[in-house]
Design a protein around this ligand. Structure first.
Ligand SMILES: Cc1cc2nc3c(=O)[nH]c(=O)nc-3n(C[C@H](O)[C@H](O)[C@H](O)COP(=O)(O)OP(=O)(O)OC[C@H]3O[C@@H](n4cnc5c(N)ncnc54)[C@H](O)[C@@H]3O)c2cc1C
Length: 474
């Protein structure tokens, strides 16, 4: 019997798991995929929003503003890449300029610092901004984060503090009541006193297996371009179009690893698994982005991706307990990444009997990032462990030592994509063309698994289909 079962290991489930790991509770997280961070948390704009945009007095506004303030400490404790680079929303005509003035009032109501910039100030602060820009809204507290690192780190730290994680385990049905909920999954039958539904776009379906339906979640897709590194100063702030009824609009933004992303689109889709990208939508994104930056070099693009917003019929986050001991934390669309740690604190309040654990450690073991070390530091590390001198990913300069570490930690990688999400081999220009075979071999060796069983990402995506005669397993 568990005290708490959490369904879903995205940023919401993982944040709640870490928060609950502070207490003497027996907690299990159940995830249907073969890794954490496989849903919406893996495909978004990666912005820690300042909070001027959400409608005042909504849960979105409340948790956005609180969550934003928590990120410096969290990222320090968990060694997650994060930069407060600030955001600028750009108006290119009088109508858009009027909307910026309305946003200043929203910012005041949400208690968020913003500043209006004129055309000259915009060009001074960001020389590559479009010459069409007539006015901008600067939000200095906005930041950018690595969402993969964040989701993995939250779960790793929760596990370091005693939380259990069951992967490849899809929840099929839930039943029972407070004190003894029953969770039937593809792997087992679990029991818990409390049950938390953090299953993202599928949150309404999970709720409906135990409760009367009281909200619906539709998936709204956002597609993006990813550009390679080319100039760390091309754009320093996150640049936004003026928001509309369809959302925050297109952005051009640097990432924590100095790539650039351009997107997202915003279209409802029928399937909650549809993360395809298409030429027409991507071309519309290019058009919207010309209202931010004129000279984006799309020859630098290395990938496209798409994520699904969990749009709730309540028009706000669904965070409540419709039945004693059963808590819905779903319909968490943007700014959910930002809001996650603040939401987790309030969700923990639903768990009545709990005591703080004296052994709780908020810090996770730091990550070695060879690329960021000085020559002396690198040499010292290679002397200790020569695997840090064996560069596997030449584009992102990732060593064997870093990959081995990503596999052998709590919440470690078990797939090629899992390694990529944690330490970046395959994120570069060649998209894994050179390093993928080596990563497969390292996974096979470290996990003591037959090479034929190593998957790229999702279950069944085995990379090697057959061994040629005489090939070894290393
Ligand atoms: C295009 C786009 C841009 C965005 N940009 C930003 C941004 O810049 N800043 C920001 O703050 N927010 C942003 N967001 C929002 C943010 O990404 C989400 O709010 C957040 O990732 C939601 O996390 P989650 O844990 O609720 O969902 P998910 O990450 O989807 O996690 C849910 C998990 O539940 C699992 N699951 C589902 N059903 C079951 C089942 N039956 N059994 C077991 N497991 C199950 C899934 O596999 C998944 O891993 C954006 C979202 C999108 C789509």
């Amino acid at each position: 019997m568990y005290d708490v079962i959490i369904i879903g290991a995205g940023v919401i489930g993982a944040s709640i798991a870490r928060e609950l790991s502070k207490y003497t509770l027996k907690v299990l997280v159940i995830e249907k995929e073969n890794d954490v961070c496989e849903g919406t948390t893996s495909a978004n704009s990666a912005i820690i929003h300042s909070g001027y945009d959400p409608e005042p007095n909504t849960k979105k506004a409340y948790y956005n503003v609180l969550g934003n303030k928590m990120y410096d400490k969290i990222c320090q404790e968990l060694d997650v890449s994060f930069r407060r680079n600030g955001s600028i929303t750009i108006a290119v005509d009088d109508e858009e300029a009027k909307i910026l003035d309305e946003l200043v009032e929203r910012a005041r109501l949400n208690n968020v610092e913003v500043k209006i910039l004129n055309q000259q100030e915009l060009q001074e602060i960001e020389p590559n901004i479009t010459k069409k820009a007539i006015k901008g809204l600067l939000a200095p507290t906005a930041g950018i984060i690595n969402p993969f690192e964040l989701n993995v780190a939250l779960m790793e730290n929760a596990m370091d503090n005693g939380v259990e994680l069951s992967l490849n385990d899809k929840v099929l049905k839930i039943s029972g009541e407070f004190g003894n909920y029953q969770v039937n999954t593809t792997k087992s039958v679990y029991h818990s006193k409390y049950l938390i539904n953090a299953s993202g776009v599928f949150g309404d379906e999970i709720n409906d297996t135990i409760n009367k339906s009281y909200f619906e979640i539709k998936a709204r897709k956002g597609e993006y371009f990813v550009l390679d590194h080319f100039d760390n100063d091309f754009i320093k702030h996150t640049l936004f179009n003026v928001p509309s009824s369809k959302g925050k609009g297109v952005i051009v933004a640097p990432t924590t690893s100095y790539n650039y992303i351009v997107g997202p689109s915003s279209e409802f889709v029928d399937s909650k698994d549809d993360v395809s990208t298409d030429y027409i939508t991507l071309n519309q994104i290019k058009k919207s982005a010309t209202n931010l930056v004129d000279n984006i070099d799309y020859s630098k693009q290395i990938r496209q991706f798409a994520g699904l917003r969990a749009v709730s019929s309540t028009k706000d986050f669904v965070i409540d307990s419709p039945k004693k001991g059963f808590i819905n934390v779903t319909g968490i669309q943007s700014p959910g990444l930002t809001a996650a740690p603040a939401i987790a604190i309030d969700v923990a309040k639903f768990i009545e009997e709990k005591e703080l654990k004296v052994t709780y450690n908020p810090r996770r073991k730091p990550i070695v990032r060879m690329k960021n070390l000085s020559l002396e530091e690198r040499n010292a590390l290679v002397k200790q462990d020569p695997r840090y001198g064996n560069i596997i990913c030449r584009c992102e300069k990732i060593s064997e030592g870093e990959i081995v570490d990503a596999i052998n930690r709590n919440c470690g990688a078990t797939t090629v994509k899992g390694v990529k999400k944690r330490v970046r081999p395959g994120f570069g220009k060649c998209q894994g063309g050179f390093c993928e075979v080596s990563v497969v071999n390292i996974l096979s060796r470290e996990l003591n698994k037959n090479i034929l069983d190593i998957e790229y990402g999702k279950k069944g995506s085995n990379v090697v289909s057959n061994k040629m005669g005489g090939a070894s397993n290393d």
